[in-house]
Design a protein around this ligand. Structure first.
Ligand code: ADP
Ligand code: MG
Ligand code: ZN
Length: 641
């Protein structure tokens, strides 16, 4: 066909280009890069072929004309030959003076007279069967083939890469598998409670058979929960060091990779290696990066993390703790962990690592000051006293900073002034992060917590107070009063609820009694107290005035907080007023009772707050003795006339 001529020239150019490429291909120095470049040229060539094909079949030289023009030409005898297709007619017009023969195309219209007219003018015409198969090949099989080709090309590159990453995963575990861990419990201070709880794990790792014979339940997974820098990683390592076993450690962020499947492969590999080296410890640091609750991601699922997490769950389930492998994990956000991780048989044991109190800080300072030349005026106790809220990492940093300052001043020993300067500097940094309390705030918190504790001690029905602390824990709480058992109860009586209400109000009322002023620190307490009052009236039928009717119909909403049905109200305006009045009455009565108690025991409140300000925490025997005194005095009062 006439149209082919210029196209084939174009095609030749491409072929030449390709030939040229193939020729200079092997001369390139880097074979790997060469291969990639070569493949990309394949791709470009394929694209050009496609473009050429389209222009060929579309026919750039072909003139589109209307059917009436075509009839006109046919009548005038200008048409040379015709090919009649099912939908179109392609033909050639005779060349006129100066003009070469041209191709034209027109749409086919149902025209019974056409054949007669063509025969009359002596125009050659032919038809063809539409080759559907060929059409399909051209119009979509070819692009499809192209995509398959690209996909294949990418997959080949990916699989090559993934293999590299997989072996990298192996290598990383090997690097992190430490054989002779030098860290022991002696290097960890100020978190004795957590240390005590992990003692059992050490015992088990040291003598697995003995522990099993005695029938002790062996923990499978232990979750260390604590603020950053409190020594979670250090403690996990110390467990391995104490027990003299291998320490396999990986950080949650290392599992979350860009390439799907790698994290899961690493988990598998980690567990396989650990099993080979049992007894040993697997330590998963920064668990929150990996164990974030599925479905918490606002951007939709994170396939990779989910896969990795699932793999971890599978490995943990298929694990026999008697094999001698114990899994430790650390997190500072236990609240966002996937509940599946916390189920029995997984990380069902939690060890809380609190920020150290004044005595703990002194002990930590002592450890880190060992290798530093201290001047005789340095009093670690004093330094501990001026660094409330510091965690182990901050204290290690403090010593380091003080030593640097001393070196800069050209001193031979680190003295108190150096420490003071270092502390000021670090506190400045921490203040920006809102992690340091002023002395006034500390005093308020001390009285607040003492108020909670004292009210609890005065109410015989409540759980005993096990620890009071004014060291900030977590994000919101400035201090805390711990009552054991802390788990939720299945049933609570009305009196127990009222007692709990009083304990919650204790903090706020203590501020009222002592300072004649109140702070914002009680907001969470008041919210919980209001919740109790509200549910007593609206859900538990514990108000005589409103009787046994309940006024909410979404029992689930208390846990899931879906906000469902909260807009619907199935009671009258008057009942609503009654409910409000009853809630207020319950709160007011509790308030009055607490006020009376704390006024009567003001001296005890002050004593407790004073101890707290001095030591920052009270627990154990000291607390028991205190509570006992209160109980004796309280019963003497109530037995009296
Ligand atoms: P976390 O893992 O809780 O964030 P790390 O264990 O990484 O904290 O602690 C960082 C560093 O701080 C440790 O290497 C250690 O030098 C110091 N440190 C933290 N807590 C303690 C502690 N309780 N006793 C001694 N040193 C500590
Ligand atoms: Mg850590
Ligand atoms: Zn409180």
């Amino acid at each position: 066909m006439a149209a082919g001529t210029s196209d084939s020239g174009f095609m030749n150019k491409i072929i030449e280009r390709l030939k040229g490429l193939r020729e200079d291909g092997p001369n390139k120095s880097d074979p790997a890069q060469n291969r990639v470049r070569f493949s990309i040229w394949y791709f470009i060539a394929a694209m050009l072929v496609l473009v050429w094909f389209q222009s060929y079949s579309g026919g750039q030289q072909t003139e589109k004309i209307s059917y009436s023009d075509f009839k006109q030409w046919a009548r005038e005898g200008k048409v040379e030959d015709l090919t009649v297709g099912p939908e179109q007619i392609i033909g050639t017009v005779k060349g006129e003076e100066g003009k070469p023969a041209r191709q034209f195309i027109t749409v086919r219209i149902e025209d019974p007279e056409l054949v007669g007219q063509l025969e009359q003018k002596g125009i050659k015409f032919s038809g063809y069967f539409e080759n559907k198969w060929l059409g399909a090949v051209v119009s979509w099989m070819l692009p499809l083939g192209l995509f398959v080709f690209i996909w294949f090309f990418l997959m080949k590159r990916m699989s090559g890469g993934a293999q590299g990453v997989l072996s990298l995963g192996k290598a990383r575990v090997k690097v992190y598998g430490e054989k002779d861990v030098k860290v022991t419990f002696e290097d960890v201070a100020g978190i004795d409670e957590a240390k005590g709880e992990l003692e059992e794990v050490v015992q088990f790792l040291k003598e697995p058979e003995k522990s099993q014979r005695l029938g002790g339940r062996i923990p499978k997974g232990v979750l260390l929960v604590g603020a950053p820098g409190t020594g979670k990683t250090l403690l996990a390592k110390a467990v391995a060091g104490e027990a003299g076993v291998m320490f396999f450690s990986m950080s949650g962020s290392e599992f979350v990779e860009m390439i799907v499947g790698v994290g899961a492969a690493r988990i598998r590999d980690l567990f396989r290696q650990a099993r080979e080296h049992a007894p040993c410890i697997i330590f998963l640091d920064e668990m929150d990066a990996l164990g974030k609750a599925r479905g918490l991601n606002p951007m939709g699922g994170h396939d990779e993390r989910e896969q990795t997490l699932n793999q971890l769950l599978v490995e943990m389930d298929g694990f026999d703790p008697r094999a001698g492998v114990i899994i430790l994990a650390a997190t500072n956000r236990p609240d966002i962990l996937d509940p599946a991780l916390l189920r029995p048989g997984r990380f069902d044991r939690h060890v809380a690592i609190d920020k150290p109190d004044i005595r703990g800080r002194e002990a930590i300072l002592k450890i880190h000051a060992k290798d530093v030349a201290l001047s005789s005026d340095v009093d670690l106790k004093k330094i501990a006293a001026m660094t409330p809220g510091f965690v182990g990492a901050d204290l290690a940093n403090l010593i380091n900073e003080a030593a640097l300052i001393a070196a800069r001043r050209g001193a031979d020993e680190v003295n108190m002034a150096h420490f003071q300067e270092a502390a000021d500097r670090i506190i400045g940094g921490l203040e920006k992060k809102n992690r340091v309390m002023s002395p006034k705030e500390k005093e308020i918190v001390a009285y607040h917590e003492s108020g909670h504790a004292l009210v609890a001690m005065l109410l015989p029905g409540t759980d005993p107070v096990s620890k009071i602390s004014i060291i900030p824990r977590g994000i919101a709480a400035l201090g805390y009063t711990q009552q054991l058992p802390t788990e939720d109860r299945y049933l609570m009586t009305r009196n127990e609820l009222l007692d709990r209400l009083q304990v919650l109000l204790g903090g706020r009322v203590a501020e009222e009694v002592i300072f004649d002023d109140i702070s914002t620190g009680a907001q969470n307490d008041l919210q919980r107290a209001s919740d109790i009052a509200r549910t007593m009236v609206m859900e538990y039928g514990m108000s005589e005035r409103l009787g046994l009717l309940t006024y909410t119909h979404t029992p689930q909403s208390r846990y899931l907080d879906l906000g469902l049905g909260s807009n619907e109200r199935e009671y009258s305006e008057r009942t609503a007023q009654d409910i409000d009045e009853e809630k207020s009455r319950i709160m007011d009565e509790a308030h009055q009772k607490v006020l009376l108690k704390l006024k009567n025991y003001r001296d005890r409140l002050e004593k407790l707050a004073k101890i707290l300000l001095e030591n920052e925490t009270i627990e154990g025997d000291e607390l028991k003795t205190f509570a006992e005194e209160i109980r004796v005095r309280a019963s003497a009062v109530s037995d009296g006339p």
